[in-house]
Design a protein around this ligand. Sequence first.
Ligand SMILES: Cc1ncc(C[n+]2csc(CCOP(=O)(O)OP(=O)(O)O)c2C)c(N)n1
Ligand code: SF4
Length: 329
Amino acid sequence: MSLEATHCLLRMYEEHHTLEDYQGGVPRWCNGCGDNAILAAVRRLCRDHDLRPEKTVFVSGIGCSSRLPHYMTTYGFHGIHGRALPIAEGIKMARPELDVFVTTGDGDCCSIGAAHWIHAVRYNMNMTVMLHDNHVYGLTKKQASPTSPRGFLSNTTPRGSWLEPLNPLTVTLGVQNVSFVAQAVDWIPELLYEILDAAFRHRGFSFVRVIQRCPEFLPKMFDPWLQDPQKSLVLTHDRGLRPSAAIAKIYRNQREHDPANLDRAREVASIEDPIPVGILYRNDDVPCYEDLRHAGQVRTADYVRSGLEAEFNKFTIWPAAGTPSPSAA
Ligand SMILES: Cc1ncc(C[n+]2csc(CCOP(=O)(O)OP(=O)(O)O)c2C)c(N)n1
Ligand code: SF4
C-alpha cells in the first residue's frame, strides 16, 4: 500500500469519533441539573457530525452553565462573566473554519452580557448559541436574573422580584439580521437534540433558549410541565421539526408553524403556557459577518503564517548594524 493510501486510511480511522472521545472532566453540577441534559445532547451532536475536537471550540462566560467547556475534550474558553459572545466572535473572525459553540446562562447573556447579545444577533456570525435559562443566578447561590418570574424570592429580592421577566426569544426576534431562533426544554432530550442539530446545521447565529431546571434553587418549578405533556406546544413544519412517532404520541399538543414567518414567530415566542418547543424562526439568506469581512480572501496557511510573522516582528529587537554575531566573537 502506498504511503498516501496509508495516510488516507489513518485519517479516516482518526476522524471517526465516539461519544467517549468528547468526554472531558466529570461534571460537578447538582443531581437533576438540566445542564447535564444539554451536555449529553451536545456530545451526541459532536459524535454524529464527527466533529474534530481540534477544530471545535466551546466558549462560555461565568456561571454553573458556563462550566460546560471543561466537560468536553474539544478546545474550550471559560471566559469572563457576560463576555462569552465577543470571545466567540473573535475566534470566529480569526478562524472562520472552526465550529464554534457558546454556552451562556440567563445572567451571563441577558443581564451583564445583554449588549453583546444584541450586537451578536446583528453580526450573525456562524455559531451555535445555547442559552441555559434556569431563571436564576445559580453559581452565586440564588439571586434574581432578568428571566426570574415575578414574585421570585431570592437573596437580592427578599420581598419577591418586582418585574415581569424578560423574554429572550422576543428580544432576539426583535433584532435586525436575526437568522435562527429556537426553544427547547431539558426534559425532552429527543427534541433538545433535534433542535440543537438544526441550529448547528444553520449557517448563521443560531440562538437556542433551553429552559433548564435548577433543582437547587427553583425546585419543582417546571413540575407541571413535566407531569402534563400537553403543557408543551410542539412546533412542527417541513422547514422546522417533524417529531418522531413516539414523541408525537406523547406530545399531542402540536402546531404547524412556518419558521419563515417572522411575525408569527414573534407571536409564538410570546406564549408562556404551554411552552413552545421547536424552531420559531430561520432565515438562511442573512449574510454572516465573517463572510462579508473575508470575502475573496483565501486564508491559506502561508497567509496566516505571514500575518503572525509580521505581528511577532513588531516586537523583535534587531541588532544594530555592524554588531558582530555571537558566533564570530
Ligand atoms: C464581572 C462579574 N460580575 C459578577 C460576577 C459574579 N457572578 C458569577 S456567575 C454569576 C451569575 C451566574 O448566573 P447565570 O449566568 O444565570 O448562570 P448559572 O450559574 O445560573 O448557570 C455572577 C453574578 C462575576 N464573576 N464577574
Ligand atoms: S445550582 Fe442549579 S444550575 Fe447550578 S449546578 Fe446546581 S442545579 Fe445546576
